[in-house]
Write a protein of this length. Structure first.
Length: 109
């Protein structure tokens, strides 16, 4: 299916491939930088906010927060947008729920 545009010289073409795409194309670079700097290891070593073992580690929360801000988000409510993003999940982004994240980040303030 091709859709012609009247004002701009381009056509929208339906993608029928099985390629996984993300509208957050720059975020993998943010994630890679975060990880290549050794931040997950440093966070786990120096920041102990959890009272119990859970599905997510402190580094997952902090990486999600950094990623949300890099994408233009302004709070933990925007975590839900990233949680739905299959492309970022495939790259290993583990985004906790907004509710659990809010409780954890409140401990930081």
């Amino acid at each position: 299916m091709n859709i012609s545009q009247r004002l701009l010289p381009f056509h929208l073409i339906q993608d029928t491939s099985k390629v996984l795409l993300t509208s957050f194309g720059g975020l993998p670079w943010v994630m890679e930088t975060f990880r290549s700097l050794g931040l997950p290891q440093s966070i786990e070593k120096h920041l102990a906010l959890h009272q119990r073992e859970g599905k997510y580690q402190e580094a997952d929360y902090i990486e999600s927060f950094v990623t949300v801000f890099a994408a233009g988000g302004d709070g933990v409510d925007d975590f839900e947008i990233l949680r739905q993003e299959e492309g970022l999940k495939k790259l290993g982004l583990r985004v906790p729920s907004a509710g659990g994240s809010a409780v954890l980040f409140e401990r930081l303030s």
